[in-house]
Design a binder for this molecule. Structure first.
Ligand code: EZ4
Ligand code: CO
Length: 403
């Protein structure tokens, strides 16, 4: 069997997605997600112009060899654009392998290690009462874990708080980067009061998560971790800018609050120190942005040796194909921790028909052969690409801050 066609589809059913479609001489079709939020067309070009021509004629069964060929063959290593492109190829090849074998991908990865994948949802609010109302809705739906984000009083725009139009939180909401402002001291005082309010109303029988979104210095992050200890968070995420691995030594030295990081990282080398020095508890790299199933499972295997668990990024900018791929891996690995699940805005469901399901706080990828997501190219063509940027953030003196 040979790969006979490789094409890239950029569409915007509710938000932009980049999808790779591979076809084989046996008529089997595999799909992979290549979406890199706000930089979509760079990955589309990397695939179209530099990778797709190399795939034609290759044996789709040789997943690891293709991975090595694309990674080592590029000479230029790591980085979000290249690793997202390779991930799309990798997931499409796993999809093909599953379809050829007549098995869901998790069976090819060693089979299920658990009956379901615990996911967390996102509760947010412009103030604490609104957050509490949203939180209650998640509990009613059966969620066992919920991320809590509330607007900081006096701060113009807070990460993670949506415009409540009944839709899913989407930070890439403008054709120019929106500008926000940030000052950490108000946030550091406010965040523990949010946890206190949620614990007071709902008790300790539900996991609470929180995303700091790269906003603090190491010693500020240490202070936050310590202040949150009485409320026993499941984790704080991206407490400091993620690329500085050694910053976590400082945070770790001061708090027992569990730490998660990795959604902006792309390779096993980016988390080598974090894992081998046991500086984090959860690694948040996603299938789509870190070389696909083949590479992320190596990250998880390394993490297993050091007692670090998975906690993969699962925002709406990861397509349903990426979410399904994540669920297969989550179901199979021994050191699964939790999976983020934001859901997808309509009309994404018209373009991506998925077989995964949610019940009582747990998800399952389904048992159809392959990844379990059908990509409808005719439907995708009805939703053309729209330029969208993530926001930027400035300090009160006008200088750039992480957003
Ligand atoms: O900002 O996915 O944990 N989730 C997040 C997300 C990210 C977006 C960036 O594309 O931090 O909201
Ligand atoms: Co995050």
């Amino acid at each position: 069997m040979k790969i006979t066609d490789a094409r890239v589809v950029v569409s915007s059913p509710g938000r932009n997605y980049v999808t790779l479609v591979l076809e084989t001489s046996d008529g089997v079709v595999g799909v992979g997600d290549a979406t890199l939020n706000g930089r979509e067309l760079a990955v589309a070009s990397y695939l179209r112009d530099h990778v797709c021509p190399l795939l034609i004629g290759r044996d789709p069964a040789r997943i690891e060899d293709t991975w090595q060929y694309l990674y080592k063959g590029a000479y230029w290593r790591r980085g979000p654009v290249g690793m997202t492109a390779i991930a799309a190829v990798d997931v499409a090849l796993w999809d093909i392998k599953g379809k050829v074998a007549g098995l869901p991908v998790y069976e090819l990865l060693g089979g299920a290690s658990r009956s379901g994948v615990m996911v967390y949802g996102h509760a947010d609010g412009h103030d604490v009462p609104e957050l509490l109302d949203r939180f209650a809705e998640y509990l009613e739906q059966g969620y066992k874990a919920v991320r809590i984000q509330a607007a900081v009083p006096g701060v113009a725009k807070t990460y993670g708080v949506s415009v409540h139009d009944g839709r899913i939180y989407e930070p890439a909401n403008s054709d120019r980067p929106e500008e926000g402002s940030w000052e950490s001291s108000a946030y550091l005082d406010f965040a523990p009061t949010v946890f206190e309010a949620v614990r007071e109303r709902f008790g300790f029988g539900v996991h609470l998560l929180h995303d700091v979104h790269h906003r603090l210095t190491p010693i500020e992050a240490a202070r936050l971790g310590r202040a949150l200890e009485p409320y026993r968070p499941f984790w704080i995420e991206d407490a400091t800018p993620a690329e500085d691995q050694s910053a976590f030594r400082t945070i770790r030295a001061h708090t027992t609050t569990p730490l998660a990081v990795g959604e902006v990282l792309n390779s096993i080398w980016d988390v080598q120190t974090l894992i081998t020095e046991r500086l984090i508890d959860y690694v948040r790299m996603s299938v789509s942005h870190s070389g696909g199933i083949s590479h992320l499972r190596k990250v998880y295997a390394l993490a297993e040796l050091f007692g670090v668990r998975s906690g993969a990024h699962g925002a709406g900018d990861l397509s349903p194909i990426a979410h399904a791929a994540a669920l297969h891996l989550d179901l199979a690995i021994p050191n699964f921790g939790i999976q983020e699940y934001m859901g997808h805005r309509d009309p994404a469901g018209e373009v991506f028909r998925s077989t995964y399901s949610f019940a009582d706080g747990y998800m399952h990828p389904g048992d159809v052969p392959g990844i379990g997501v059908e990509f409808d190219e005719a439907a995708a063509a009805r939703f053309p690409y729209e330029p969208r940027y993530l926001p930027v953030n400035r300090r009160l003196d006008g200088s750039m801050h992480d957003w």
